[in-house]
Design a protein around this ligand. Structure first.
Ligand SMILES: NC(=O)c1ccc[n+]([C@@H]2O[C@H](COP(=O)([O-])OP(=O)(O)OC[C@H]3O[C@@H](n4cnc5c(N)ncnc54)[C@H](OP(=O)(O)O)[C@@H]3O)[C@@H](O)[C@H]2O)c1
Length: 329
């Protein structure tokens, strides 16, 4: 089977298509990735645990297949004929006392996908992780910057390792993706939005710490780009390239839905509320670089969160409460 990877496409060039399997296909990221591949002409099998979620996959243009990443035999069957396997099965949580099952789903799930790929001849495995594995540090954070994975990120980091250890370019090419704060209708964005509207949301120490954002559709196209063109054994950040203080993001969201700018709380108040691991995460600086992904030809539709949030709120039937503030850079 020819390699999928290669130089970035030139304008009008036909990209390879084939069959892909997305694990976690009914999830926040997984569903959008099913859609990104199917729009490019791929036949996408969306692995779901719960058959009642089949419509989420179908409406994204995929074919639902029922199974669990912890069930090797089923995974292998669903991987037959696939060129690309993508691991986004997870049970994300802010709880630092993670159930052992989550480690199983992420790490053992990767090992099982590697085995399924080897048995079925799939060429590529894309392992979804997150940019929270990076240490609190001044930016720009590149893929070789210091890491300090804690809590859920520890599991994502171990998941990355399990994938990268299996990278063997002549057999199976493994690439890892670290998205930043992915905003879309779901995941963390909904609860933050609801808390902002209810005036219960608090930033920590003024919220001046820089984070990196990226819209859900841009993230999905980023996964597609890395799946086709990422170099085997490599890690890629997916962020919009314009890191900003967290307070700017939540204040913008608040203004657009007619809510007040969120107030601040001290770090010790945040520790009392969330525990030290999560509070430390929330206060960290993570201004990430996207240069490596951009070199593959990826360009975000929303390079600044203002446009992305406007589009998202419009899609959610919200927004336009306040006149749009002028860009601040
Ligand atoms: N959301 C973000 O902003 C973001 C940013 C960066 C990185 N990430 C990372 O991306 C990954 C996915 O996040 P997400 O937000 O898309 O999560 P999500 O919405 O909860 O989706 C995860 C999906 O995995 C499925 N799943 C769980 N256990 C499974 C198993 N044993 N076998 C098969 N499927 C299983 C779940 O199925 P059910 O529907 O049956 O529960 C769910 O649909 C996580 O590792 C997260 O840390 C997320």
């Amino acid at each position: 089977m020819p390699a999928i990877s290669g130089p970035p496409p030139t304008a009008g060039e036909r990209r390879p298509t084939g069959r892909a399997l997305v694990a976690g296909a009914a999830g926040f990221l997984g569903r959008e990735i099913v859609q990104a591949f199917s729009r490019q002409g791929w036949e996408v099998r969306g692995l779901i645990r719960d058959p009642s979620k089949a419509d989420r996959v179908r409406s994204a243009g995929g074919v639902p297949v029922v199974g669990d990443v912890l069930d090797r035999a089923t995974l292998q069957r669903h991987s037959e004929g696939c060129r690309v396997l993508i691991h986004l099965a997870a049970n994300p949580t802010m709880d630092p006392d993670l159930p052992e099952l989550e480690r199983e789903v992420r790490v053992q799930g990767t090992v099982n996908l590697v085995a399924a790929a080897r048995a079925s001849g799939a060429r590529r495995l894309v392992v979804g992780s997150g940019y929270w594995v990076y240490a609190d540090q001044p930016g720009p954070i590149t893929e070789v910057s210091a890491v300090d994975p804690q809590g859920e990120s520890r599991i994502n980091f171990d998941t990355e390792r399990a994938g990268l250890e299996a990278n063997a370019p002549s057999h199976l090419e493994v690439v890892v993706v670290r998205p930043g704060m992915v905003y879309g209708d779901g995941a963390w964005f909904r609860p933050v939005l609801e808390a902002v509207r209810a005036r219960t949301y608090r930033v920590i120490d003024g919220g001046r710490n820089a984070w990196s954002f990226v819209s859900l559709p841009d993230t999905a196209v980023g996964f597609y780009t890395v799946a086709l063109d990422g170099r085997p054994g490599e890690i890629y950040n997916i962020v919009d390239g314009n890191p900003r203080p967290w307070i700017d993001f939540v204040s913008y969201v608040a203004a657009r839905v007619g809510a007040h700018r969120p107030e601040s709380e001290s770090f010790s108040e945040a520790v009392a509320k969330y525990g030290p691991t999560v509070a430390t995460h929330l206060r960290a600086n993570r201004a990430a670089s996207v240069a490596k992904l951009t070199a593959l030809g990826w360009r975000p539709e929303y390079p600044r969160f203002e446009e992305g949030i406007d589009a998202l709120l419009a899609q959610m039937g919200l927004g336009a409460a306040a006149p749009r503030p002028p860009p601040t850079g």
